[in-house]
Design a protein around this ligand. Structure first.
Ligand SMILES: [Zn+2]
Length: 394
């Protein structure tokens, strides 16, 4: 391999090292590109560690789009705020949920600095982004002076707003319309980096190829993508100063990273919406129904975690479940049909897990995948002799 080929290889590898996004625990990534069929993946389904997973993005034009959405990271009732949400599409990491809690009546002051949410001046939690910290700070500031009975409708309203699929669809449309120029520039930079130089090298010579690659990259990255990206990021995500600084600096120091400018702009563009609302806006109908089933089953059949039956968790779950059911009906989905038992495809299976819908034989007592949740009898089981289907567990 010649020195110039080696240089291009290094450039490719450095570029590929930029083609990923970190999905925090409790988060879901939605996209039409680079994911499993259906276009969504939870953090737990991705390779990673106890804090989240890495989603590899499509490195080739026409460069896809990825949106991140997270379940609320707090349990909230009219009386109490608890660290750690009630929704778990994945099994929580070992060690169980972090459940520090505060009575709302005892909190005197709420503030936020960057991604940190502070109660009475002390750090309570670090959120996914500055906008999320600001939203929670504003909601709690409104709740604190009210008596518990007056807090409940405000919290329910907050749940309903986070599930506003029409607003999510509008924001998605705006983001896509707004990022057309940036998408075009990013694709152009990709072509300039990885397609044009080999052509020039083949026709004119290697030294010209380097000059072309370098000149075009600097012109496009510094002269076009970075200013456009900064303007869009400031307009769409004004609170996200930390990301704007670090990502902007990265693009300035390593111009090929500017090819991924669109990911940095879109990934957090749907921040503030419940993943279900983002799913309704982003996913095709069949994939949305599958995701909705997971969310609903989690609310109806929660994992038997410590604290799951405490008053705040029960209130939060009940209020959210009501809003989610209303949301699904409005989208034309019947919650009962979504939760219906799976088809009895194997005559040996007489039970199923009402949460993950895995089929079990009569010997099983609990579902190990769902932290030993109890099983339910499978209607019509064993009535179809000789019918081979989904493999069963004992
Ligand atoms: Zn299960």
């Amino acid at each position: 391999m010649t020195d110039s080929q080696l240089l291009f290889l290094v450039l490719w590898l450095l570029y590929l090292a930029e083609c990923w996004v970190w999905v925090r625990n409790g988060g879901t990534a939605f996209s039409g590109w680079g994911l499993r069929a259906g276009g969504w993946a939870t953090a737990g389904a991705l390779p990673g560690n106890a804090k989240g997973g890495i989603l590899i993005l499509n490195p080739l034009p026409p460069l896809g789009e990825v949106f991140l959405a997270e379940m609320p990271q707090f349990t909230l009732s009219p009386d109490e705020l608890r660290r750690g949400g009630i929704e778990h599409l994945d099994r929580p990491a070992a060690g169980g949920p972090d459940a520090a809690s505060r009575s709302l009546d005892r909190i005197r002051q709420v503030s936020h600095a960057g991604r940190d949410l502070r109660l009475d001046g002390k750090l309570f939690a670090t959120l996914a982004d500055e906008a999320e910290a600001g939203r929670w700070s504003a909601l709690l500031t409104r709740l604190l002076p009210l008596p518990p009975a007056a807090r409940a409708p405000l919290i329910r309203h907050q749940f309903r707003e986070s599930l506003d699929a029409d607003a999510a669809a509008r924001r998605l449309e705006e983001c896509r319309r707004d990022s057309r120029l940036l998408r075009g520039l990013c694709n152009l930079l990709w072509l300039w980096l990885f397609f044009i130089p080999p052509l020039v090298a083949w026709r004119v010579g290697l030294s010209h190829a380097f000059a072309t690659a370098l000149g075009g990259t600097l012109l496009l990255a510094w002269g076009a993508i970075l200013p456009v990206w900064l303007r869009k990021h400031r307009a769409r995500l004004p609170e996200l100063r930390e990301a704007r600084f670090t990502e902007g600096l990265k693009m300035a120091l390593f111009p090929p990273a500017a090819v991924r400018a669109l990911d940095v702009l879109l990934a957090r563009a749907m921040s503030g919406f419940h993943p279900l609302a983002v799913a309704a806006a982003v996913l095709p109908a069949a994939a949305f129904a599958g995701f909705a089933r997971r969310v609903l089953a989690d609310l109806e059949q929660p994992l038997p975690l410590p604290g799951a039956l405490e008053a705040a968790a029960v209130w939060h779950r009940e209020a959210l479940r009501e809003e989610v059911r209303r949301f699904l009906k409005k989208r034309g989905l019947n919650p009962e049909s979504l939760l219906a038992p799976p088809a009895a495809t194997d005559p040996g299976c007489t039970q199923y897990c009402p949460r993950c819908q895995t089929l079990y034989t009569e010997l099983a007592r609990t579902c190990p995948d769902c932290l030993d949740l109890g099983l339910a009898p499978l209607p019509g089981a064993g009535k179809k002799p000789g019918f081979a289907g989904k493999s069963a567990r004992e």
